[in-house]
Structure formats: structure tokens, C-alpha cells
Design a protein around this ligand. Structure first.
Ligand code: XMP
Length: 523
């Protein structure tokens, strides 16, 4: 019979984490320093499952989280992440009020319902509408028409938005309210897509359904093409990450702000987190560069006492002592990573930080004892890094990989014919200044730290989060197939490591060819 078991001849070379990392304890290792050995497998990549539990009440369908950075995660990104089964952490470089409404946007998101459709007013000219379409590069030409109070007046059909009618007023060209198909928001029920699907089937040739409230104010738009796309996607392997009430899940980062006396500003913190909880936030993240500190511990304790059931992420740390400390303070999931991020300069500026795989191993040995989960935060540039990180953690936190996506905050800029989006470290001078200004309510407050620990950079625009995640997930599933792991627990149990030499590292990337198309997610 063919050998399907491990051979002891492999053992001196390919070692499990508990042998491999202690044997390499004198050197800090990161993703590219190691590779995983394959194992006999009966698992096809497509049959693997990726769900992960970060806290008692926090389950994801894919182990990927978008970073709480002001050039990565606001509501649009968080919605896209949750729709794909992951989680977005809304950053805190905004006022408390803004953060509350960002969380509300995610929690109230109805997939397929465009909540704030582009509208026109009856007094505008068709020429104005054409100019707007041209300027904003809209790919559609039909717009709801509303009056100054937000009440629906009619629909401006794409058939009349033509240069020949430029001098006509919208009020003269619109389809009047009485002939426009609408539905009351409350009639959408628990499954708005199924309801809209039924409507479009019953109304031949109608492609747009306007949603109104009981005062006939416009509160959304559903299009036939969105409904068809979503119905098709429902067959997808990874379901959206939702709470018990079927709302998308959402996280928010909170900062350990201090009052004028330098003490934790408990009143402000509790008020704000109370507001987040009221709006349905599923997890808060106490995000700092150094989590093993009195201040961060105090903040986690304050939150744990006030909100006993709220999942709390805290960090960042790179030591077992740091994990133990934050776990004892009440954190459920602990972010590991000091200086691995693509925009980080902490290691250069402060001379501290640990290469990520070693840090993850050290931290994971304590997390098992403390029954908390570990999140691998920073330094991920490819799906293979995620597979390696997941052998020692429950999920990864990524910034750079998502910063070039359409859903990341900020505009696309064109430089020499290429499209980019801004990406900056939260410890960069500009981000610190933005954070201080927003949080303390004035504009020119100097940055709190003298030496920035992050850079301001650009990422090549890389399309939608759906597309980027599809590639990442495909890579993770391949890795699991190679290890014969059908779920993440098995991946952790089966992982065996070996160090890679510099020549081995060169061998791992395409070499000795002229590359025509990169396999990179950003290409
Ligand atoms: P990636 O590699 O995904 O890293 O771009 C994102 C993570 O980097 C951390 N972060 C910083 N670290 N200085 C730092 O040393 C900074 O300015 C900075 N900003 C973000 C953070 O953990 C994030 O998730």
C-alpha cells in the first residue's frame, strides 16, 4: 500500500512549530525566512473552510481583517470586508461623531440597496446633469429627482439625458412621481434582495426600484443589475460575516485618550464606546504601537468592566509577557506586530520590534495558555505570507494589500499614466496631525510624537476588494490543500517549517525569465 503517513526521515528537516522556533531562538524570522513543508493530502483547495473565532461572540468566515488606518478602513471598506466574510476595523482619525456614523453605515447596510443614490433637483438643467456625469465619470444616466426637502418628485430617465435636451429643465423632462415605481423601506422585509427580485420579475422592463419612507422621502435605490449580481454571488463559498440580527459585522478602533492631567479620559472613552455599542459595533480594537503598557492595560480594563460581553482586540505586542498582560486585563484577541508593516519605520526610528514569524510563535505559546486569539498584524504582501501567519494565529490584519482598492478612503491619482492611492502609516507625521486635530477639535494642534514612525506613500490602484480577496483566498486554500488541512485548526496542527537560505529565497520567486505578467494581486 502506498505510504500516506509522515516518514521519520523527514523529521530532522521539517519540524513542527514547537521544535522549529525554539531551535531558531537566536534569530528573528519573518515570512520569507521560512517555508512550509507539504504533506500527504486528500484535501482539494476548494473543499477547505476558512471560518475562525476571535472571541466568544466574534466569528468570521474568512480570517482576514482590514487595518484600522485612515487610508484603509472606513465604512466602504468595512462593508466590503464583511460581505466577503471578513472584518473591517474603522480607524479613529476622525471625530467621535464621525466614527459613530461610519459604524452605523456598516450596521445599516442593506446589500444591494444604494443608500445615498446620486440625485438631481427639478430646477437643474439637463446640461448640468450631463456636466456632472462627465466630471464624476458616472457610468449611468438615470437619476431620482428630489425637492429641497428630500421628497421624491420623479425620475430622470437616461433616455432624456442627452445633449439635444441640454437647455431643458429637469422638471420638464422627468417621469412624474405618479408613474415612478417605488417601494416603502419597511416593505423590503428581512430579505430585501428577494423582495426586489420578485418586483423586477413582475415588472417587465423596469430596471430601477426607488425606496421611500412613509413621508415619501427617498431613502434608497435598488437596481436590477445589482440584484442579479448578488443573487449570482449567493452561491459563493464564503458567506458574509453577520451578527445575530443579520447585520454585517463591524469593528472600530478606539484610542487611549488622556485628559488634561495626563490620566485616561475614562468619561470620554466610556461615552464613545457606549455610543458604538448602541450602534451595534461587534468589536473594539485598542490599537497602539506598544500594548504592553500601563495606559493600554488600563484602557482594556476600563472597557472590560464597563462592557463585559463586548469583544475587545488589543495590541500591539511581540512577547509572551505582553499577551499575558493584555489577556489578564480582559482582551479577547491580541494583535501581534511591531514594525513589520509596509509603511512602518518603528524598527529604524526606535530600534525595536521583532520579525513577524518569531513574534507570532512567541505570542502564540502564551495565547494558548490564556485562551485568547492572536491576530498577525502587518507585513503581509502575498497570500503565502497569510498561510504562514495562519499557522500561528487566528486571523491576519492587512493594510497595504487593501490600500490601493476602490473601497479604501481617498481619491485615485494619476502619475505618469499609472493610477495610485495614498497610503500612510498611522504614525506618520500627517496621520498623527490629522488624528490630533480631529480628536481634540482644532486644526493646528501639533503632532503628539516628535519622531514619526511611519511614512506617507502610494499604492498602485488595484480594483475592488472582492477581486483582491478572491486572489488571497485562493492562495490560502491552495496552501491548505498542500498541507492536507481542511480547516484552519488542521493547518495550525499540521504546519512544519524549514528555514530558507538567500538562494532559496531567490528560487522562490520567478527567476531567469522575462516576466510578462506578474502573479501579484496588484497587477
Ligand atoms: P501592512 O504591512 O499591512 O501593515 O501595510 C499594516 C499595519 O502596520 C501598522 N502600522 C504602523 N506601524 N508605524 C508603524 O510602525 C506606522 O505609522 C504604522 N501605521 C500602521 C498597523 O499595525 C497596521 O495594521
Amino acid at each position: 500500500m502506498a505510504a500516506t503517513r509522515n516518514s521519520s526521515l523527514d523529521d530532522p528537516f521539517y519540524q513542527p512549530a514547537d521544535k522549529f522556533f525554539p531551535a531558531n531562538s537566536k534569530i528573528g524570522l519573518t515570512f520569507d525566512d521560512i517555508t512550509l513543508a507539504t504533506l500527504y493530502s486528500e484535501i482539494l483547495p476548494r473543499d477547505t473552510t476558512l471560518d475562525t473565532t476571535l472571541a466568544e461572540k466574534l466569528h468570521l468566515n474568512i480570517p482576514v481583517i482590514s487595518s484600522d488606518m485612515d487610508t484603509v478602513t472606513e465604512s466602504r471598506m468595512a462593508i466590503a470586508m464583511a460581505l466577503n466574510g471578513g472584518l473591517g476595523l474603522i480607524h479613529y482619525n476622525m471625530t467621535d461623531r464621525e466614527q459613530l456614523s461610519e459604524v452605523s453605515r456598516v450596521k445599516n447596510h442593506v446589500h444591494g440597496l444604494i443608500q445615498e443614490p446620486i440625485q438631481v433637483s427639478p430646477g437643474q438643467f439637463i446640461g448640468d446633469v450631463l456636466a456632472m456625469i462627465d466630471q464624476k465619470k458616472f457610468a449611468f444616466g438615470t437619476f431620482p429627482v428630489v425637492d429641497e426637502k428630500g421628497k421624491l418628485v420623479g425620475l430622470l430617465s437616461g433616455h432624456v439625458v442627452k445633449p439635444r435636451y441640454a437647455k431643458m429643465k429637469v422638471s420638464e423632462a422627468l417621469t412624474p412621481r405618479s408613474q415612478v415605481h417605488t417601494i416603502m423601506r419597511k416593505e423590503l422585509g428581512k430579505d430585501p434582495i428577494a423582495r426586489a427580485d420578485k418586483f423586477f420579475t413582475e415588472h417587465l422592463g423596469i430596471h430601477k426600484l426607488l425606496v421611500v419612507d412613509d413621508k415619501d422621502k427617498l431613502c434608497g435605490l435598488i437596481t436590477l443589475s445589482d440584484v442579479e449580481r448578488i443573487t449570482h454571488e449567493r452561491a459563493a463559498q464564503f458567506k458574509p460575516a453577520r451578527d445575530a440580527n443579520f447585520h454585517l459585522i463591524c469593528g472600530a478602533a478606539v484610542s487611549a485618550t488622556r485628559n488634561a492631567f495626563g490620566e485616561l479620559d475614562k468619561k470620554r472613552i466610556l461615552e464613545h464606546v457606549g455610543g458604538l455599542v448602541e450602534r451595534g459595533v461587534d468589536v473594539v480594537a485598542v490599537s497602539t504601537a506598544h500594548g504592553h503598557t500601563k495606559g493600554v492595560g488600563g484602557m482594556v480594563r476600563v472597557l472590560r468592566d464597563a462592557f463585559p460581553k463586548l469583544p475587545i482586540i488589543a495590541g500591539n505586542v511581540t512577547s509572551a509577557a505582553g499577551v499575558e498582560f493584555l489577556a489578564d486585563c480582559g482582551a479577547d484577541a491580541i494583535k501581534v506586530g511591531q514594525g513589520p508593516g509596509s509603511i512602518c519605520t518603528t524598527r529604524m526610528v526606535a530600534g525595536v520590534g521583532i520579525p513577524q514569524m518569531t513574534a507570532l510563535y512567541v505570542c502564540s505559546s502564551m495565547s494558548a495558555k490564556k485562551k485568547v486569539s492572536i491576530l498577525a498584524d502587518g507585513g503581509i504582501t502575498k497570500s503565502g505570507d497569510i498561510v504562514k501567519a495562519l499557522t500561528l494565529s487566528s486571523a491576519v490584519v492587512c493594510g497595504g494589500i487593501f490600500a490601493g482598492c476602490n473601497e479604501a478612503p481617498g481619491d485615485v491619482v494619476e502619475i505618469s499614466g499609472k493610477l495610485y492611492k495614498q497610503y500612510r502609516g498611522m504614525g506618520s507625521f500627517a496621520a498623527m496631525k490629522a488624528g490630533s486635530a480631529a480628536r481634540y477639535g482644532h486644526e493646528k494642534n501639533p503632532a503628539q510624537k516628535v519622531a514619526p514612525e511611519g511614512v506617507e506613500a502610494l499604492k498602485e490602484a488595484c480594483g475592488s476588494v472582492d477581486r483582491v480577496l478572491a486572489q488571497l483566498i485562493g492562495g490560502i486554500q491552495s496552501g491548505m490543500g498542500y498541507l492536507g488541512a481542511k480547516n484552519l485548526e488542521q493547518l495550525r496542527a499540521k504546519a512544519r517549517y524549514i528555514r530558507v537560505s538567500p538562494a532559496g529565497m531567490r528560487e522562490a520567486a520567478p527567476h531567469d525569465v522575462v516576466e510578462l505578467k506578474t502573479g501579484n494581486v496588484e497587477s
